[in-house]
Design a protein around this ligand. Structure first.
Ligand code: COA
Length: 168
């Protein structure tokens, strides 16, 4: 039977101690730093739990505001934009627990993040969504969904606003 997930803002009732996604810095982040980032308005953190257990952390992602220099953008996009740094939404971290990987949760989290950005962009303009990939495997996950590497930065990728409506 397909698992149904609830996605909600980070809260202290969820079990972060046993979260393991295969990338220790991301495990460490959700355990030690996520709540501080939320309190300091550095990031919004969203967690996914399976419907049957609202304390079990299956995955999470973070959203923040950011900007990119026009000179870092692919030429096709840069030519449509002003020459100064342009605003973006940043998915700083996205991770799925190893027990839940390969079952569609990563794409659910990415689609949910895109939907949240679409909703926010009605009041706060962004030219796209930027992600920081932790390694080449993560970068290939994002490329699978149409993200393009910023110039000279294989681990920082962008999905233009014109494209992410189709993901959400
Ligand atoms: C990368 C990660 C988020 C993927 O999550 P997941 O739940 O396993 O992915 P899904 O099952 O939702 O896969 C969705 C789609 O992406 C594809 N995909 C998954 N990982 C991929 C990869 N590394 N490269 C290319 N495509 C990939 C799947 O084949 C699937 O394709 P489909 O929809 O056409 O069938 C997860 O493996 C993870 O958390 N890894 C460790 C942490 C990490 O690297 N985070 C990302 C960078 S911060």
């Amino acid at each position: 039977m397909e698992t149904i997930y609830h996605i909600r803002p980070f809260d202290s009732t969820v079990d972060t101690a046993s979260f393991c996604c295969g990338q220790p810095p991301l495990d460490e982040y959700i355990r030690r730093y996520a709540s501080q980032d939320v309190k300091r308005n550095v990031a919004r953190v969203f967690i996914a739990t399976p419907e049957h257990d609202t304390k079990q952390l299956a995955g999470f992602f973070t959203l923040s505001a950011g900007s990119v220099s026009c000179s870092d953008l692919p030429a096709s996009l840069a030519k449509t934009l002003p020459r100064y740094p342009v605003p973006v939404a940043l998915i700083g971290r996205l991770a799925v627990a190893t027990d839940y990987q390969g079952k569609g949760l990563g794409s659910i989290l990415l689609a949910d993040a895109c939907q949240k950005v679409i909703n926010a962009s009605a009041t706060l303009a962004v030219v796209g969504i930027v992600v920081d990939a932790k390694d080449s495997t993560a970068a290939s996950f994002y490329r699978h969904f149409g993200f393009m590497p910023l110039l000279g930065q294989a681990d920082r990728l962008l999905l233009p606003a014109t494209a992410f409506c189709s993901l959400a």
